[in-house]
Design a protein around this ligand. Structure first.
Ligand SMILES: *[C@@H]1O[C@H](CO)[C@@H](O)[C@H](O)[C@H]1NC(C)=O
Ligand SMILES: *[C@@H]1O[C@H](CO)[C@@H](O)[C@H](O)[C@H]1NC(C)=O
Ligand SMILES: *[C@@H]1O[C@H](CO)[C@@H](O)[C@H](O)[C@H]1NC(C)=O
Ligand SMILES: *[C@@H]1O[C@H](CO)[C@@H](O)[C@H](O)[C@H]1NC(C)=O
Ligand SMILES: *[C@@H]1O[C@H](CO)[C@@H](O)[C@H](O)[C@H]1NC(C)=O
Ligand SMILES: *[C@@H]1O[C@H](CO)[C@@H](O)[C@H](O)[C@H]1NC(C)=O
Ligand SMILES: *[C@@H]1O[C@H](CO)[C@@H](O)[C@H](O)[C@H]1NC(C)=O
Ligand SMILES: *[C@@H]1O[C@H](CO)[C@@H](O)[C@H](O)[C@H]1NC(C)=O
Ligand SMILES: *[C@@H]1O[C@H](CO)[C@@H](O)[C@H](O)[C@H]1NC(C)=O
Length: 691
């Protein structure tokens, strides 16, 4: 694995080793909001590996991936992702358990990057002790712009200074002073500058190096797009995503050298900008190494699962707070209560960076007010042509499931009553959420058809290894889930004919034994839909014809967003647009399909609730402040219904170029895209992906 920062890292370690013994690198930065990356990682590197903790983490992770559907598929994904996904987790864990590390942080980075290389935003290992503890920033997010002659170039975002000065406050002075010579104090003049080189190389060398480590999505195009800044419709407003260049999970990079040409300038400038590391929103205050560790690195009351029946019958045993699950901080959706999350199964992307709370500058936000039917992450607009309605949908989750479900219906009714005959659905940076909201939206836009009733999503399967089978047996034969609280309870699922299982059904069976990449594996029978009938009666008729609906995003549409987009595209023929992608890279309109995602603590709750915790296959309780995400159910494909949809192709119909005038301005993008995709004229060949 190429690790470009190795030298800096070793330098920090060397510094740590030669320093006088009493020096406490964590005490040195305690209480500071902003520090240099070197200061942050000196503290983070100052803990040696505790062999007991290391073994515990590897055992938990290893035993939990027995419930992750994709382990054997990910050893070598088929085309078109054969070059993107080829990671053997069991081999990796064997290697990591043998390897010596100079610090616990180094051990964690290896484990973290190993999981990242799956390029699967459902299957991750994140440690609150190290990931996003300090987030490193630059005040210069980048964008990929297309000039009128079709040339694409990397630029500093035109809004860079507005965003950075609003978000970073006084810290902006640090960067102002870091600029060389005449540019000192002139950070704003970098806005929109063309980036000719990053660290003396073509900018796409840096883009592609990031694509190797950023994880999250199978396709290279989507991981390239992650480098650049973008927007997100959050629960409380429009947010700005800095992108991986200007915002990093770990304090591993000290500086970046940019060769730029500023707007209207004839000269080339070289600027070396330092990263600055900011204490994370979820990081716990500390005063020295000991309190850093005690407050951030040890398992909390919420890290592990609970016996749901012990909790309800005896208040004195392990008590879970009503706080969202620990993994929720990293899920790319607004926070959802523990109760709502358990009642409505989720399929959601997990990133090591929490969802951004940086504001999209007001002048870039839609200036038209959204329709009153809008709610949270779902905002409805009418474009100036009075015929194109827009649904900006930042997530498939919102705090109140029922209000969300109603709002989607009411918004479409309203758009139609206002005369909308065509619809743009903007799912930029939509990391998924409630599975049944994805089904609902597909069903209500398209109307009642064989493709939407009763199944408006994908059939799924779950991995059915020995421990999963035992849990089901405990529930079915020993009646250990009388209140139907557990995911392994048969009564919440249906068979491939969409008939609900009875409480007596050992629903994993008949088992499907398969060989994947040379490994024997076993899955449940094919499962049907679990969302219908919906709590709200959907109208029978479609709101829009499929040919009049277009789904638009930056490709970063995951999980439940994939379930929605894939069924809309492959079953209904709805067109898809990716904005701002590199022309020579095929753009996927979504990625990370999954089926249902979950995490270690939820699986641990299943195990504890049926009293299988001391079975040899059960993971022990975690000692560290770690979260582990997995894919628990995996959706079957549409074009090839016998194989997972996860590694099937999702090519966008159009890769729409962005300019300095449209980039990161949702309304301007909608107007520009709607002119192209809804005009009677044939779509210009320039825009259609050639693949
Ligand atoms: C943590 O420290 C910051 C700044 O030093 C302070 O504003 C904040 O209140 C502290 N948080 C807690 C929970 O003590
Ligand atoms: C992980 O678990 C498998 C059994 O599923 C076992 O064969 C293997 O040795 C374990 N790996 C490590 C590193 O503990
Ligand atoms: C660049 O030049 C154009 C044309 O003279 C002008 O309209 C624009 O404001 C200038 N931009 C900057 C950032 O100086
Ligand atoms: C964690 O659980 C223990 C024992 O049940 C309890 O004493 C403690 O207050 C809990 N901590 C938090 C932060 O809730
Ligand atoms: C939308 O709500 C606002 C504030 O409640 C109200 O003033 C406005 O009249 C409403 N608009 C419509 C079209 O109902
Ligand atoms: C759209 O509707 C508004 C308000 O009814 C009207 O003022 C405007 O002229 C219409 N625009 C078009 C292009 O018809
Ligand atoms: C959720 O929204 C529904 C309306 O759809 C409302 O009746 C209910 O009270 C809301 N629940 C909460 C907890 O706010
Ligand atoms: C689903 O269950 C029903 C009722 O038991 C049964 O008739 C049907 O054959 C089952 N479908 C499949 C695909 O197993
Ligand atoms: C599992 O743990 C329970 C409670 O600690 C104990 O009673 C039981 O004997 C254990 N079972 C096995 C198989 O070790």
């Amino acid at each position: 694995m190429v690790f470009p920062l190795g030298i800096i890292l070793l330098a920090a370690l060397a510094a740590a080793n030669t320093a006088p013994a009493p020096l406490d690198y964590c005490a040195a930065i305690a209480g500071k909001q902003w520090v240099s990356p070197l200061e942050a990682r000196s503290c983070m590197h100052s803990f040696p590996v505790d062999p007991v903790v290391k073994e515990n983490i590897i055992e938990v992770v290893n035993k939990t991936i027995a419930m992750h559907t994709s382990v054997n598929y990910q050893i070598q994904a088929p085309k078109p992702f054969d070059k993107d996904v080829h990671e053997d987790l069991h081999k990796d864990l064997a290697r990591i358990s043998q390897q010596e590390y100079q610090s616990e942080f180094q051990f964690h980075l290896d484990l973290f990057q190993t999981f990242r290389r799956l390029n699967d935003g459902h299957c991750v290992v994140i440690n609150y002790c190290y990931d996003s503890l300090y987030i490193s920033y630059l005040p210069t997010p980048l964008v990929l712009l297309t000039a009128s002659d079709g040339q694409q170039n990397v630029h500093i975002a035109p809004e860079a200074f507005t965003v950075a000065s609003a978000e970073f406050g006084d810290e902006i002075k640090f960067w102002q002073n870091a600029l060389p010579g005449k540019l000192q104090g002139q950070l704003e003049t970098l806005n929109g500058a063309q980036v000719i080189a990053i660290n003396d190389q073509d900018p796409f060398v840096a883009v592609d190096a990031n694509a190797l480590v950023t994880g999250g999505y199978q396709s290279l195009g989507t991981r390239q797009n992650s480098f650049f800044s973008s927007y997100y419709r959050g629960a409380n407003g429009w947010s700005y995503q800095m992108g991986n260049f200007a915002q990093q999970v770990h304090p591993l990079t000290d500086v970046v050298k940019l060769t730029i040409q500023r707007v209207n300038s004839t000269t080339i400038d070289i600027v070396t900008l330092p990263y600055r590391s900011r204490f994370g929103r979820a990081s716990k205050n500390f005063t020295d190494s000991a309190s850093y560790r005690a407050n951030n690195c040890l398992a909390t009351n919420d890290t592990n699962g609970v016996d749901m029946y012990a909790v309800s019958h005896s208040a004195s045993t392990q008590q879970h707070s009503e706080e969202p699950l620990p993994i929720a901080y990293f899920q790319q959706q607004p926070p959802v209560s523990r109760k709502e999350a358990r009642r409505h199964p989720m399929n959601v992307l997990v990133d090591a960076l929490p969802l951004s709370d940086i504001d999209l500058p007001t002048i870039m936000q839609p200036s038209e007010p959204a329709l009153n039917e809008s709610y949270s992450v779902a905002q409805f607009y009418m474009l100036s042509d009075n015929t194109t309605g827009v649904l900006a949908l930042g997530s498939f989750s919102a705090a109140n499931f029922s209000a969300f479900q109603h709002s989607l219906l009411d918004g479409l009714v309203k758009l139609q009553s206002l005369g909308a005959t065509q619809l743009l659905v903007d799912v930029t940076n939509n990391g998924g959420g409630y599975i049944c909201i994805a089904h609902w939206l597909h069903r209500i836009i398209i109307g009642s058809r064989s493709t939407t009733e009763p199944q408006a999503g994908l059939d799924t399967t779950t991995r059915a290894g020995p421990l999963a089978q035992l849990i089901v047996q405990k529930i079915v034969k020993d009646g250990m889930d009388p209140d139907t609280l557990l995911y392994y309870n048969p009564t919440q699922w249906t068979n491939a004919s969409n008939i609900p299982f009875t409480a007596e059904t050992e629903w994993l069976k008949p088992l499907q034994e398969v060989t994947i990449n040379g490994h024997d594996d076993v899955f449940s029978q094919r499962l049907g839909q679990e969302c219908q009938p919906f709590d709200v009666e959907p109208p029978r008729k479609a709101f829009f014809k499929a040919k009049d609906v277009v789904i638009i995003s930056n490709g970063r549409c995951a999980s439940s967003c994939s379930l929605f987009s894939i069924t809309m595209s492959k079953l209904e023929g709805v067109r898809t647009v990716v904005v701002g992608g590199k022309k020579s890279t095929p753009q996927q309109y979504c990625g990370i399909v999954g089926g249902q995602s979950t995490d270690f603590s939820t699986i641990d709750t299943e195990i504890k609730s049926v009293h299988l915790k001391n079975h040899t296959l059960s993971p022990p309780d975690l000692l560290a402040n770690l979260v582990q995400g997995i894919t628990w159910r995996l959706g079957y494909g549409i074009n090839d219904p016998t194989e997972p949809e996860e590694w099937q192709d999702h090519p966008a119909d159009v890769n729409f170029p962005l300019t300095a005038e449209t980039v990161n301005k949702p309304f301007a993008i909608w107007e520009a895209v709607s002119k192209e995709v809804f005009s009677a004229a044939i779509t210009p060949p320039l825009l259609v992906q050639s693949q």
